[in-house]
Ligand binder design. Structure first.
Ligand code: SF4
Length: 360
């Protein structure tokens, strides 16, 4: 049989990986459930951030049955701070499907696993290759960066239209005799050596194959499309006080931050003051008439596609019975009970100031 055209690269990668791979908790298992959880967490989030979340998640939900039997709120609470909450919601929904439809066994084919909520090409390839050793190439940001430099690929790595080109290259380079090692090795090389800034070319196992290194153009790759500036929105939120309780609401499950709890509020309209906006949202969204008590603080937060400035007020309850127009649920709680509820990161930013403002 003719040798694989990229055999030298494959061998160099595998040897390097065996010696240099990090000892990460999900690397000590072939359990598809644990690998699936880790890969979902690792999408969009740095390894060091993921590790404690992974440990807590697996301790609480050691298998898919435990996850399927849990409440969405308990999953979101464990996910709190990790961001991209649709990942947690999809994981939870998928666990229920796996138990119901697949008798608790993570599907081992691309067709079946991709039917699960939140399982796209990347997660499917990662789980199938790492847990089942199937030749499904993974293509994430690390892989694209390595390929762009190794093969002088000019396609912008942050453009959806060029994804297929990188997938094609990944399929060509894939070592079909040991897909689990190959996929993890490329990603690990991107994470540890072929880093975005200051790649460690002198120590790179692929240096002699790398076209960008040969041409001394490493700094020109990967190519990126200039991202558009993020839009900014001004929001006002009101913490309504009624005796020793405050009002919190839960977001609808679909959409940004779905299922998380927050304080009622929303966008400030053009020519509207933040305090007036706050009272308008209280009236419109939860049917509460209130008065502004104090301005607590202003916080800023950046999401992937936009930024927000949020003005936070405490408000005195005047009248009304909560009727929801927008939120999915509500609770009147004491401030110290809030830690039981999963909140968006932006809300956590103002909790210390709110605690002070609520002190009698
Ligand atoms: Fe990346 Fe440098 Fe290795 Fe090329 S030689 S793959 S640029 S680290």
């Amino acid at each position: 049989m003719a040798p694989h055209p990229y055999q030298h690269i494959q061998t160099a990668l595998a040897q390097w990986y065996r010696i240099n791979q990090r000892d990460l908790p999900w690397r000590n298992t072939r359990d598809p459930y644990k690998i699936w959880v880790s890969e979902v967490m690792l999408q969009q989030t740095q390894v060091n951030t993921v590790i404690p979340y992974y440990h807590r998640f697996i301790a609480r939900f050691p298998h898919v049955h435990a996850l399927a039997a849990s409440s969405l709120q308990s999953v979101l609470k464990l996910w709190e701070g990790l961001g991209y909450y649709s990942r947690a919601r999809n994981l939870h929904r998928a666990a229920k499907i796996i138990v119901k439809k697949h008798h608790g066994v993570i599907p081992g084919t691309a067709k079946e696993i991709k039917q699960l909520p939140g399982v796209g090409d990347y997660i499917a390839a990662a789980v199938l290759s790492i847990a089942f050793n199937l030749p499904q190439p993974v293509v994430d940001g690390n892989v694209k960066r390595v390929f762009a430099r190794l093969f002088l690929m000019k396609d912008p790595v942050n453009h959806a239209g060029s994804h297929a080109v990188f997938v094609k290259q990944a399929e060509a380079l894939m070592d079909r005799t040991m897909p689990a090692t190959y996929n993890q090795a490329v990603m690990e090389l991107g994470a540890l050596v072929c880093k975005p800034n200051h790649p460690g070319c002198p120590a790179c196992p692929l240096q002699s194959h790398c076209l960008a290194f040969k041409e001394t153009t490493v700094g020109d790759f990967p190519r990126r499309k200039k991202p558009k500036p993020l839009p900014e929105y001004a929001l006002a939120v009101g913490v309504v006080k009624k005796k020793d309780k405050i009002l919190i609401t839960r977001r609808q499950e679909n959409g940004l931050l779905g299922g998380l709890w927050e304080f009622p509020g929303g966008r400030i309209e053009l020519h509207e003051g933040p305090d007036a906006s706050c009272l308008r949202h209280l009236k419109n969204d939860v049917n509460i008439t209130a008065e502004i008590d104090t301005f607590v603080t202003r916080i800023k937060h950046a999401y992937t596609h936009f930024k927000i400035t949020m003005d936070v007020f405490t408000c005195r309850f005047v009248s009304g019975r909560v009727r929801l127009a927008g939120p999915a649920d509500f609770r009147w709680i004491r401030f110290d009970e809030i830690k039981a509820y999963p909140l968006p990161k932006a809300n956590h930013k103002f909790l210390p100031a709110l605690r002070k403002a609520l002190k009698p």
